[in-house]
Design a protein. Structure first.
Length: 520
Protein backbone atom coordinates (compact mmCIF):
# COMPACT_ATOMS: atom_id res chain seq x y z
CA UNK A 1 0.00 0.00 0.00
CA UNK A 2 1.59 3.27 -1.11
CA UNK A 3 0.48 6.38 0.64
CA UNK A 4 1.50 9.81 1.78
CA UNK A 5 0.70 11.90 4.83
CA UNK A 6 -2.31 13.60 3.17
CA UNK A 7 -3.95 10.38 2.03
CA UNK A 8 -3.66 8.97 5.55
CA UNK A 9 -6.16 11.58 6.82
CA UNK A 10 -8.59 11.05 3.97
CA UNK A 11 -12.13 9.90 4.72
CA UNK A 12 -13.50 7.96 1.76
CA UNK A 13 -17.22 8.36 1.19
CA UNK A 14 -19.26 6.04 -1.00
CA UNK A 15 -23.01 6.65 -1.19
CA UNK A 16 -24.37 6.13 -4.67
CA UNK A 17 -28.07 6.79 -3.92
CA UNK A 18 -29.50 10.34 -3.81
CA UNK A 19 -27.64 13.12 -2.09
CA UNK A 20 -26.32 11.01 0.82
CA UNK A 21 -22.68 11.28 -0.25
CA UNK A 22 -22.82 15.04 -0.60
CA UNK A 23 -24.54 15.38 2.77
CA UNK A 24 -22.06 13.14 4.57
CA UNK A 25 -19.14 14.92 2.88
CA UNK A 26 -20.51 18.30 3.92
CA UNK A 27 -20.92 17.17 7.54
CA UNK A 28 -17.38 15.80 7.64
CA UNK A 29 -15.89 18.90 5.94
CA UNK A 30 -17.66 21.16 8.44
CA UNK A 31 -16.02 19.16 11.21
CA UNK A 32 -12.57 19.89 9.70
CA UNK A 33 -12.10 16.43 8.19
CA UNK A 34 -10.99 15.63 4.63
CA UNK A 35 -13.71 13.64 2.81
CA UNK A 36 -13.17 12.21 -0.67
CA UNK A 37 -16.37 11.23 -2.46
CA UNK A 38 -15.89 8.10 -4.60
CA UNK A 39 -18.09 7.50 -7.65
CA UNK A 40 -18.27 3.72 -7.26
CA UNK A 41 -16.78 0.79 -5.37
CA UNK A 42 -13.89 0.48 -7.81
CA UNK A 43 -12.87 4.11 -7.17
CA UNK A 44 -13.35 3.56 -3.43
CA UNK A 45 -11.10 0.49 -3.39
CA UNK A 46 -8.41 2.15 -5.48
CA UNK A 47 -8.37 5.11 -3.08
CA UNK A 48 -8.24 2.67 -0.17
CA UNK A 49 -5.24 0.91 -1.73
CA UNK A 50 -3.49 4.29 -2.10
CA UNK A 51 -4.02 4.98 1.60
CA UNK A 52 -6.90 6.37 3.66
CA UNK A 53 -7.97 6.82 7.27
CA UNK A 54 -11.59 5.66 7.29
CA UNK A 55 -14.33 4.68 4.84
CA UNK A 56 -17.96 5.74 5.13
CA UNK A 57 -20.30 3.62 2.99
CA UNK A 58 -24.04 3.37 2.75
CA UNK A 59 -25.32 -0.15 2.91
CA UNK A 60 -27.01 0.31 -0.51
CA UNK A 61 -23.51 0.59 -2.00
CA UNK A 62 -22.73 -2.92 -0.80
CA UNK A 63 -24.50 -5.05 -3.39
CA UNK A 64 -23.05 -8.52 -3.98
CA UNK A 65 -20.35 -7.59 -6.54
CA UNK A 66 -19.32 -4.44 -4.73
CA UNK A 67 -19.03 -6.45 -1.51
CA UNK A 68 -16.74 -8.94 -3.21
CA UNK A 69 -14.52 -6.15 -4.54
CA UNK A 70 -14.34 -4.58 -1.08
CA UNK A 71 -13.49 -7.90 0.55
CA UNK A 72 -10.71 -8.34 -2.01
CA UNK A 73 -9.25 -4.89 -1.23
CA UNK A 74 -9.45 -5.46 2.52
CA UNK A 75 -7.85 -8.89 2.27
CA UNK A 76 -4.84 -7.32 0.56
CA UNK A 77 -4.15 -5.09 3.55
CA UNK A 78 -0.76 -5.49 5.17
CA UNK A 79 -0.51 -7.23 8.54
CA UNK A 80 -0.44 -4.05 10.60
CA UNK A 81 -3.62 -2.64 9.01
CA UNK A 82 -7.28 -3.00 9.96
CA UNK A 83 -9.06 -0.39 7.84
CA UNK A 84 -12.08 1.05 9.74
CA UNK A 85 -15.34 1.13 7.81
CA UNK A 86 -18.42 3.00 8.97
CA UNK A 87 -21.47 1.52 7.26
CA UNK A 88 -24.66 3.56 7.29
CA UNK A 89 -27.41 0.95 7.52
CA UNK A 90 -30.29 0.78 5.01
CA UNK A 91 -33.67 2.12 6.09
CA UNK A 92 -34.85 -0.13 7.58
CA UNK A 93 -31.85 -2.47 7.93
CA UNK A 94 -33.22 -5.98 7.85
CA UNK A 95 -31.74 -8.63 10.05
CA UNK A 96 -30.73 -10.62 6.94
CA UNK A 97 -28.89 -7.61 5.45
CA UNK A 98 -26.99 -7.01 8.69
CA UNK A 99 -26.03 -10.66 8.85
CA UNK A 100 -24.83 -10.64 5.22
CA UNK A 101 -22.67 -7.66 5.98
CA UNK A 102 -21.07 -9.11 9.07
CA UNK A 103 -20.48 -12.45 7.37
CA UNK A 104 -18.72 -10.91 4.37
CA UNK A 105 -17.09 -7.54 4.94
CA UNK A 106 -17.17 -8.01 8.71
CA UNK A 107 -14.96 -11.08 8.37
CA UNK A 108 -12.06 -9.14 6.89
CA UNK A 109 -12.75 -5.52 7.91
CA UNK A 110 -13.31 -3.48 11.00
CA UNK A 111 -16.96 -2.54 10.47
CA UNK A 112 -19.13 -0.19 12.54
CA UNK A 113 -22.78 -0.32 11.51
CA UNK A 114 -24.76 2.88 12.20
CA UNK A 115 -28.50 3.16 11.95
CA UNK A 116 -30.18 5.95 10.04
CA UNK A 117 -31.51 8.54 10.39
CA UNK A 118 -28.19 9.60 11.70
CA UNK A 119 -27.28 12.60 13.77
CA UNK A 120 -24.39 14.49 12.07
CA UNK A 121 -22.47 14.72 15.36
CA UNK A 122 -22.72 10.96 15.85
CA UNK A 123 -21.21 10.43 12.41
CA UNK A 124 -18.40 12.91 13.10
CA UNK A 125 -17.52 11.43 16.48
CA UNK A 126 -17.60 7.86 15.12
CA UNK A 127 -15.38 8.82 12.20
CA UNK A 128 -12.98 10.68 14.49
CA UNK A 129 -12.53 7.75 16.84
CA UNK A 130 -12.02 5.44 13.86
CA UNK A 131 -9.35 7.86 12.64
CA UNK A 132 -7.58 7.72 15.96
CA UNK A 133 -7.46 3.94 15.77
CA UNK A 134 -6.17 4.19 12.22
CA UNK A 135 -3.44 6.68 13.25
CA UNK A 136 -2.28 4.11 15.80
CA UNK A 137 -2.02 1.52 13.03
CA UNK A 138 0.16 3.87 11.00
CA UNK A 139 2.36 4.38 14.07
CA UNK A 140 2.69 0.62 14.44
CA UNK A 141 3.71 0.37 10.82
CA UNK A 142 6.38 3.04 11.31
CA UNK A 143 7.67 1.18 14.33
CA UNK A 144 7.75 -2.08 12.40
CA UNK A 145 9.70 -0.57 9.56
CA UNK A 146 12.14 1.00 12.03
CA UNK A 147 12.60 -2.40 13.62
CA UNK A 148 13.10 -4.05 10.25
CA UNK A 149 15.69 -1.45 9.34
CA UNK A 150 17.44 -1.99 12.66
CA UNK A 151 17.60 -5.73 11.99
CA UNK A 152 19.02 -5.11 8.53
CA UNK A 153 21.57 -2.70 9.98
CA UNK A 154 22.49 -5.31 12.55
CA UNK A 155 23.02 -8.00 9.94
CA UNK A 156 25.08 -5.63 7.81
CA UNK A 157 27.12 -4.66 10.84
CA UNK A 158 27.72 -8.28 11.79
CA UNK A 159 28.81 -9.15 8.26
CA UNK A 160 31.21 -6.20 8.09
CA UNK A 161 32.54 -6.83 11.56
CA UNK A 162 33.26 -10.47 10.84
CA UNK A 163 34.85 -9.51 7.57
CA UNK A 164 37.13 -6.97 9.20
CA UNK A 165 38.07 -9.36 11.99
CA UNK A 166 39.01 -12.05 9.53
CA UNK A 167 41.86 -10.08 7.97
CA UNK A 168 44.09 -9.69 11.02
CA UNK A 169 43.24 -13.22 12.03
CA UNK A 170 44.39 -14.51 8.66
CA UNK A 171 47.75 -12.85 9.11
CA UNK A 172 48.15 -14.30 12.62
CA UNK A 173 47.22 -17.77 11.50
CA UNK A 174 49.65 -17.75 8.59
CA UNK A 175 52.42 -16.33 10.79
CA UNK A 176 51.76 -19.21 13.17
CA UNK A 177 52.17 -21.78 10.42
CA UNK A 178 55.54 -20.30 9.53
CA UNK A 179 56.67 -20.31 13.16
CA UNK A 180 55.57 -23.92 13.56
CA UNK A 181 58.27 -24.93 11.12
CA UNK A 182 60.95 -23.88 13.62
CA UNK A 183 61.00 -26.64 16.13
CA UNK A 184 61.82 -24.59 19.19
CA UNK A 185 60.60 -26.15 22.43
CA UNK A 186 60.50 -22.81 24.26
CA UNK A 187 58.01 -21.44 21.83
CA UNK A 188 55.76 -24.45 21.79
CA UNK A 189 53.58 -23.50 24.75
CA UNK A 190 52.85 -19.88 23.82
CA UNK A 191 52.31 -20.97 20.26
CA UNK A 192 49.79 -23.58 21.27
CA UNK A 193 47.93 -20.88 23.21
CA UNK A 194 47.90 -18.53 20.24
CA UNK A 195 46.77 -21.34 17.98
CA UNK A 196 43.90 -22.27 20.29
CA UNK A 197 42.78 -18.70 20.78
CA UNK A 198 42.94 -17.93 17.08
CA UNK A 199 40.84 -21.01 16.39
CA UNK A 200 38.38 -19.88 19.05
CA UNK A 201 38.14 -16.38 17.58
CA UNK A 202 37.81 -17.75 14.07
CA UNK A 203 34.88 -19.87 15.26
CA UNK A 204 33.16 -16.94 16.97
CA UNK A 205 33.54 -14.88 13.83
CA UNK A 206 32.25 -17.66 11.63
CA UNK A 207 29.24 -18.09 13.92
CA UNK A 208 28.51 -14.38 13.83
CA UNK A 209 28.60 -14.31 10.08
CA UNK A 210 26.72 -17.56 9.77
CA UNK A 211 23.90 -16.55 12.00
CA UNK A 212 22.99 -13.68 9.71
CA UNK A 213 23.40 -15.91 6.65
CA UNK A 214 21.37 -18.76 8.08
CA UNK A 215 18.56 -16.65 9.48
CA UNK A 216 18.15 -14.82 6.16
CA UNK A 217 18.17 -18.12 4.24
CA UNK A 218 21.45 -17.46 2.44
CA UNK A 219 23.18 -20.72 3.31
CA UNK A 220 23.33 -23.20 0.47
CA UNK A 221 24.03 -26.76 1.60
CA UNK A 222 26.63 -28.79 -0.25
CA UNK A 223 25.13 -32.17 0.36
CA UNK A 224 26.71 -35.53 -0.17
CA UNK A 225 26.06 -38.96 1.29
CA UNK A 226 28.27 -39.97 4.20
CA UNK A 227 28.36 -42.02 7.38
CA UNK A 228 27.55 -39.60 10.18
CA UNK A 229 29.88 -41.56 12.47
CA UNK A 230 32.86 -40.32 10.42
CA UNK A 231 31.86 -36.69 10.84
CA UNK A 232 31.24 -37.28 14.57
CA UNK A 233 34.58 -38.97 15.00
CA UNK A 234 36.27 -36.08 13.25
CA UNK A 235 34.55 -33.58 15.55
CA UNK A 236 35.33 -35.63 18.66
CA UNK A 237 39.00 -35.79 17.74
CA UNK A 238 39.11 -32.04 17.24
CA UNK A 239 37.38 -31.43 20.55
CA UNK A 240 39.53 -33.80 22.61
CA UNK A 241 42.12 -31.19 23.66
CA UNK A 242 39.36 -28.93 25.01
CA UNK A 243 37.97 -31.78 27.12
CA UNK A 244 41.44 -32.62 28.44
CA UNK A 245 42.09 -29.01 29.28
CA UNK A 246 38.84 -28.76 31.27
CA UNK A 247 39.27 -32.20 32.88
CA UNK A 248 35.96 -33.41 31.53
CA UNK A 249 35.68 -37.01 30.34
CA UNK A 250 34.48 -37.65 26.79
CA UNK A 251 32.95 -41.02 25.99
CA UNK A 252 31.53 -41.94 22.61
CA UNK A 253 29.53 -44.95 21.54
CA UNK A 254 28.59 -44.54 17.93
CA UNK A 255 27.43 -48.08 17.25
CA UNK A 256 28.70 -50.66 14.77
CA UNK A 257 26.48 -49.74 11.83
CA UNK A 258 26.80 -46.88 9.37
CA UNK A 259 24.54 -43.88 9.93
CA UNK A 260 23.92 -42.66 6.41
CA UNK A 261 22.88 -39.07 5.91
CA UNK A 262 22.59 -36.79 2.89
CA UNK A 263 24.08 -33.68 4.33
CA UNK A 264 26.64 -30.91 4.20
CA UNK A 265 29.51 -32.36 6.19
CA UNK A 266 30.96 -28.97 7.12
CA UNK A 267 27.62 -27.81 8.52
CA UNK A 268 27.04 -31.07 10.36
CA UNK A 269 30.46 -30.84 12.01
CA UNK A 270 29.59 -27.26 12.92
CA UNK A 271 26.41 -28.50 14.66
CA UNK A 272 28.24 -31.07 16.78
CA UNK A 273 31.18 -28.80 17.49
CA UNK A 274 28.68 -26.34 18.96
CA UNK A 275 26.92 -28.99 21.05
CA UNK A 276 30.19 -30.47 22.33
CA UNK A 277 31.61 -27.05 22.95
CA UNK A 278 28.61 -26.20 25.12
CA UNK A 279 28.82 -29.55 26.90
CA UNK A 280 32.41 -28.97 27.92
CA UNK A 281 31.77 -25.31 28.70
CA UNK A 282 28.87 -25.98 31.04
CA UNK A 283 30.32 -29.06 32.76
CA UNK A 284 32.64 -28.48 35.73
CA UNK A 285 35.96 -30.34 36.01
CA UNK A 286 35.51 -33.99 36.93
CA UNK A 287 32.28 -34.26 34.96
CA UNK A 288 31.66 -36.31 31.88
CA UNK A 289 30.06 -36.09 28.46
CA UNK A 290 28.57 -39.07 26.62
CA UNK A 291 27.98 -39.01 22.90
CA UNK A 292 25.82 -41.77 21.47
CA UNK A 293 24.17 -42.28 18.12
CA UNK A 294 21.85 -44.65 16.35
CA UNK A 295 18.94 -45.13 13.98
CA UNK A 296 15.32 -44.76 14.97
CA UNK A 297 12.90 -45.53 12.11
CA UNK A 298 13.49 -43.03 9.30
CA UNK A 299 15.86 -40.95 11.42
CA UNK A 300 19.43 -40.90 12.63
CA UNK A 301 19.83 -39.56 16.15
CA UNK A 302 22.84 -38.27 18.05
CA UNK A 303 22.70 -37.58 21.77
CA UNK A 304 25.14 -35.38 23.66
CA UNK A 305 24.59 -35.86 27.39
CA UNK A 306 26.60 -34.03 30.05
CA UNK A 307 26.76 -34.12 33.84
CA UNK A 308 27.07 -30.33 34.00
CA UNK A 309 25.18 -27.35 35.38
CA UNK A 310 21.86 -28.30 33.78
CA UNK A 311 19.08 -25.99 32.62
CA UNK A 312 16.00 -24.74 34.46
CA UNK A 313 12.73 -26.06 32.97
CA UNK A 314 11.53 -22.54 32.04
CA UNK A 315 14.67 -21.93 29.96
CA UNK A 316 14.49 -25.13 27.95
CA UNK A 317 12.78 -23.53 24.94
CA UNK A 318 14.34 -20.07 25.14
CA UNK A 319 17.95 -21.25 24.87
CA UNK A 320 17.47 -21.86 21.14
CA UNK A 321 16.57 -18.22 20.51
CA UNK A 322 19.15 -15.85 19.06
CA UNK A 323 21.40 -14.15 21.65
CA UNK A 324 19.59 -16.02 24.40
CA UNK A 325 21.69 -16.98 27.37
CA UNK A 326 20.76 -18.22 30.80
CA UNK A 327 21.81 -15.45 33.13
CA UNK A 328 24.19 -17.22 35.47
CA UNK A 329 27.57 -16.00 36.54
CA UNK A 330 29.17 -19.27 35.45
CA UNK A 331 27.89 -18.78 31.92
CA UNK A 332 29.41 -15.36 31.60
CA UNK A 333 32.68 -16.64 32.91
CA UNK A 334 32.55 -19.15 30.06
CA UNK A 335 32.05 -16.47 27.40
CA UNK A 336 29.89 -16.97 24.33
CA UNK A 337 27.35 -14.92 22.50
CA UNK A 338 24.14 -16.94 22.67
CA UNK A 339 24.40 -17.79 18.98
CA UNK A 340 25.49 -21.43 19.02
CA UNK A 341 22.17 -23.13 19.67
CA UNK A 342 20.34 -20.85 17.22
CA UNK A 343 22.79 -22.03 14.59
CA UNK A 344 22.44 -25.66 15.65
CA UNK A 345 18.68 -25.52 15.32
CA UNK A 346 18.70 -23.58 12.02
CA UNK A 347 21.36 -25.76 10.39
CA UNK A 348 19.57 -28.95 11.37
CA UNK A 349 16.28 -27.51 10.11
CA UNK A 350 17.93 -26.79 6.74
CA UNK A 351 18.70 -30.52 6.60
CA UNK A 352 15.15 -31.46 7.56
CA UNK A 353 16.32 -32.28 11.07
CA UNK A 354 15.58 -31.16 14.63
CA UNK A 355 17.22 -30.66 17.98
CA UNK A 356 15.62 -31.13 21.38
CA UNK A 357 16.88 -30.63 24.90
CA UNK A 358 16.11 -32.27 28.21
CA UNK A 359 17.38 -31.45 31.66
CA UNK A 360 16.07 -32.34 35.08
CA UNK A 361 17.07 -28.90 36.33
CA UNK A 362 20.00 -27.00 37.77
CA UNK A 363 22.98 -29.17 38.59
CA UNK A 364 21.41 -32.21 36.95
CA UNK A 365 23.15 -32.13 33.56
CA UNK A 366 21.69 -31.59 30.11
CA UNK A 367 20.93 -33.79 27.15
CA UNK A 368 20.71 -32.53 23.58
CA UNK A 369 19.33 -34.82 20.86
CA UNK A 370 19.83 -34.03 17.20
CA UNK A 371 17.87 -35.88 14.54
CA UNK A 372 18.48 -36.07 10.80
CA UNK A 373 16.66 -37.95 8.05
CA UNK A 374 18.26 -41.34 7.39
CA UNK A 375 19.55 -41.69 3.82
CA UNK A 376 19.85 -44.78 1.65
CA UNK A 377 23.15 -46.63 2.12
CA UNK A 378 26.07 -44.97 0.32
CA UNK A 379 29.45 -46.16 -0.84
CA UNK A 380 32.65 -46.49 1.12
CA UNK A 381 34.00 -43.12 2.26
CA UNK A 382 35.57 -41.01 -0.44
CA UNK A 383 39.29 -40.31 -0.40
CA UNK A 384 40.01 -37.71 2.26
CA UNK A 385 40.60 -34.24 0.90
CA UNK A 386 44.03 -34.14 2.53
CA UNK A 387 45.24 -36.57 -0.12
CA UNK A 388 44.55 -33.98 -2.76
CA UNK A 389 47.91 -32.33 -2.17
CA UNK A 390 49.73 -35.45 -3.27
CA UNK A 391 48.23 -34.89 -6.71
CA UNK A 392 50.55 -31.95 -7.21
CA UNK A 393 53.71 -33.36 -8.57
CA UNK A 394 55.11 -30.28 -10.17
CA UNK A 395 54.17 -27.21 -8.17
CA UNK A 396 52.69 -24.46 -10.29
CA UNK A 397 54.07 -20.96 -10.55
CA UNK A 398 51.91 -18.69 -8.39
CA UNK A 399 51.36 -14.94 -8.55
CA UNK A 400 50.05 -13.78 -5.19
CA UNK A 401 48.14 -10.48 -5.18
CA UNK A 402 47.47 -9.04 -1.73
CA UNK A 403 47.73 -5.44 -0.53
CA UNK A 404 48.04 -6.25 3.16
CA UNK A 405 51.74 -6.66 3.61
CA UNK A 406 51.60 -9.02 6.60
CA UNK A 407 49.15 -11.32 4.88
CA UNK A 408 51.11 -11.22 1.66
CA UNK A 409 54.47 -12.02 3.21
CA UNK A 410 53.11 -14.81 5.37
CA UNK A 411 51.28 -16.49 2.54
CA UNK A 412 54.28 -16.09 0.28
CA UNK A 413 56.51 -17.79 2.86
CA UNK A 414 53.99 -20.57 3.33
CA UNK A 415 53.64 -21.27 -0.36
CA UNK A 416 57.38 -21.00 -0.93
CA UNK A 417 57.91 -23.38 1.99
CA UNK A 418 55.68 -25.88 0.21
CA UNK A 419 57.82 -25.64 -2.90
CA UNK A 420 55.74 -23.27 -4.99
CA UNK A 421 57.48 -20.64 -7.07
CA UNK A 422 55.88 -17.42 -5.85
CA UNK A 423 55.81 -13.87 -7.17
CA UNK A 424 53.83 -11.11 -5.54
CA UNK A 425 51.93 -7.93 -6.42
CA UNK A 426 50.47 -5.38 -4.03
CA UNK A 427 47.72 -3.71 -6.07
CA UNK A 428 45.38 -4.46 -8.95
CA UNK A 429 47.27 -2.66 -11.71
CA UNK A 430 50.60 -4.21 -10.71
CA UNK A 431 48.87 -7.60 -10.61
CA UNK A 432 47.64 -7.36 -14.19
CA UNK A 433 51.04 -6.15 -15.43
CA UNK A 434 52.89 -8.90 -13.56
CA UNK A 435 50.49 -11.58 -14.77
CA UNK A 436 51.04 -10.51 -18.37
CA UNK A 437 54.80 -10.43 -17.90
CA UNK A 438 55.25 -13.65 -15.90
CA UNK A 439 52.37 -15.75 -17.27
CA UNK A 440 51.97 -17.69 -14.00
CA UNK A 441 49.85 -20.83 -13.86
CA UNK A 442 47.95 -19.70 -10.78
CA UNK A 443 46.97 -16.21 -9.64
CA UNK A 444 45.70 -15.86 -6.07
CA UNK A 445 43.89 -12.54 -5.78
CA UNK A 446 42.66 -10.66 -2.74
CA UNK A 447 39.32 -9.05 -3.65
CA UNK A 448 39.60 -5.74 -1.79
CA UNK A 449 42.56 -4.20 -3.63
CA UNK A 450 43.60 -0.62 -4.33
CA UNK A 451 43.60 0.75 -7.93
CA UNK A 452 41.68 -2.19 -9.49
CA UNK A 453 39.63 -4.54 -7.36
CA UNK A 454 40.12 -8.30 -7.46
CA UNK A 455 37.15 -8.87 -9.79
CA UNK A 456 38.58 -6.51 -12.39
CA UNK A 457 42.01 -8.13 -12.02
CA UNK A 458 40.40 -11.53 -12.68
CA UNK A 459 38.58 -10.27 -15.77
CA UNK A 460 41.73 -8.71 -17.25
CA UNK A 461 44.04 -11.61 -16.44
CA UNK A 462 41.52 -14.07 -17.86
CA UNK A 463 41.32 -11.98 -21.04
CA UNK A 464 45.13 -11.89 -21.40
CA UNK A 465 46.05 -15.44 -20.38
CA UNK A 466 42.91 -17.36 -21.37
CA UNK A 467 41.69 -20.56 -19.74
CA UNK A 468 45.09 -21.99 -18.94
CA UNK A 469 45.51 -19.81 -15.83
CA UNK A 470 43.80 -20.77 -12.55
CA UNK A 471 42.33 -17.82 -10.67
CA UNK A 472 41.73 -18.16 -6.94
CA UNK A 473 39.83 -15.41 -5.09
CA UNK A 474 40.74 -14.62 -1.49
CA UNK A 475 38.00 -12.71 0.21
CA UNK A 476 36.80 -11.66 3.62
CA UNK A 477 33.27 -12.32 2.36
CA UNK A 478 32.03 -15.86 1.93
CA UNK A 479 28.33 -15.43 1.24
CA UNK A 480 26.72 -17.21 -1.68
CA UNK A 481 26.41 -13.96 -3.64
CA UNK A 482 30.10 -13.19 -3.02
CA UNK A 483 31.06 -16.58 -4.42
CA UNK A 484 28.76 -16.06 -7.38
CA UNK A 485 30.34 -12.66 -8.14
CA UNK A 486 33.77 -14.29 -8.10
CA UNK A 487 32.68 -16.98 -10.51
CA UNK A 488 31.14 -14.37 -12.79
CA UNK A 489 34.41 -12.44 -12.83
CA UNK A 490 36.20 -15.58 -14.02
CA UNK A 491 37.62 -17.04 -10.81
CA UNK A 492 37.95 -20.80 -10.55
CA UNK A 493 37.79 -20.92 -6.76
CA UNK A 494 36.70 -18.59 -3.96
CA UNK A 495 38.36 -18.95 -0.56
CA UNK A 496 37.49 -16.97 2.54
CA UNK A 497 39.88 -15.42 5.01
CA UNK A 498 41.49 -16.43 7.24
CA UNK A 499 42.52 -18.75 4.47
CA UNK A 500 42.85 -22.35 5.46
CA UNK A 501 46.11 -23.49 3.94
CA UNK A 502 44.81 -27.02 3.37
CA UNK A 503 41.84 -25.58 1.48
CA UNK A 504 44.15 -23.48 -0.67
CA UNK A 505 46.34 -26.48 -1.40
CA UNK A 506 43.25 -28.49 -2.32
CA UNK A 507 42.19 -25.75 -4.78
CA UNK A 508 45.66 -25.79 -6.33
CA UNK A 509 45.66 -29.58 -6.44
CA UNK A 510 42.29 -29.74 -8.20
CA UNK A 511 43.80 -27.38 -10.76
CA UNK A 512 46.74 -29.73 -11.20
CA UNK A 513 44.34 -32.65 -11.65
CA UNK A 514 42.16 -30.92 -14.20
CA UNK A 515 45.27 -29.78 -16.11
CA UNK A 516 46.52 -33.38 -16.12
CA UNK A 517 43.19 -34.77 -17.35
CA UNK A 518 43.04 -32.08 -20.06
CA UNK A 519 46.36 -33.31 -21.36
CA UNK A 520 45.25 -36.92 -21.56
P1 LIG B 1 26.42 -19.49 24.43
O1 LIG B 1 26.92 -20.82 24.90
O2 LIG B 1 27.38 -18.79 23.53
O3 LIG B 1 25.92 -18.62 25.51
P2 LIG B 1 24.37 -21.01 23.02
O4 LIG B 1 23.33 -20.54 22.03
O5 LIG B 1 25.29 -22.07 22.57
O6 LIG B 1 25.17 -19.72 23.45
O7 LIG B 1 23.62 -21.47 24.32
C1 LIG B 1 22.59 -20.66 24.87
C2 LIG B 1 22.49 -20.88 26.36
O8 LIG B 1 22.01 -22.22 26.61
C3 LIG B 1 23.81 -20.79 27.09
O9 LIG B 1 24.10 -19.46 27.46
C4 LIG B 1 23.60 -21.70 28.29
O10 LIG B 1 23.00 -20.97 29.32
C5 LIG B 1 22.60 -22.74 27.80
N1 LIG B 1 23.26 -24.02 27.49
C6 LIG B 1 23.65 -24.46 26.27
N2 LIG B 1 24.21 -25.68 26.36
C7 LIG B 1 24.19 -26.04 27.64
C8 LIG B 1 24.61 -27.21 28.38
N3 LIG B 1 25.18 -28.27 27.79
N4 LIG B 1 24.41 -27.20 29.73
C9 LIG B 1 23.83 -26.15 30.33
N5 LIG B 1 23.40 -25.04 29.71
C10 LIG B 1 23.58 -24.97 28.38
Amino acid sequence: MTDDAASRDRVLVLAPAGRDAQLAAAVLSDAGLAPLVCADMEAFCQALERGAAVGVITQEALAREARARLVEALTKQPLWADFPLVVLASRPATHAARLRLSETVGEVGNVTLMDRPLHPETLVSTVKSAMRARARQYQTRELMSQLEEAVQQRDKFLATLSHELRNPLGAIRNAMRVLERHDDSERRRPMAIIERQVAHMARLIEDLLDVSRVTTGKVVLQRRRFDLRDALQQTLTQMEPAFEQHHVGLIASLGAHPLWVDADVVRIEQVFTNLLNNAVKYTPAGGRVDVSAGVDGPQVWVRVRDTGVGIEPEMLTAIFDLFSQVDRSLDRAQGGMGIGLTLVRSLLALHGGTVTVASEGLGKGSEFTARLPLAAPGEAPAVASGDATSAIEEKPHVLLVEDNEDNREMLRDLLAGEGFRVDVAADGAEAVAEAQRLEPEVVIVDIGLPVLDGFEVARRVRRSLGDSVTLVALSGYGRVEDRRRSMEAGFDAHLTKPVDFAELQAALASRARSAASAMR
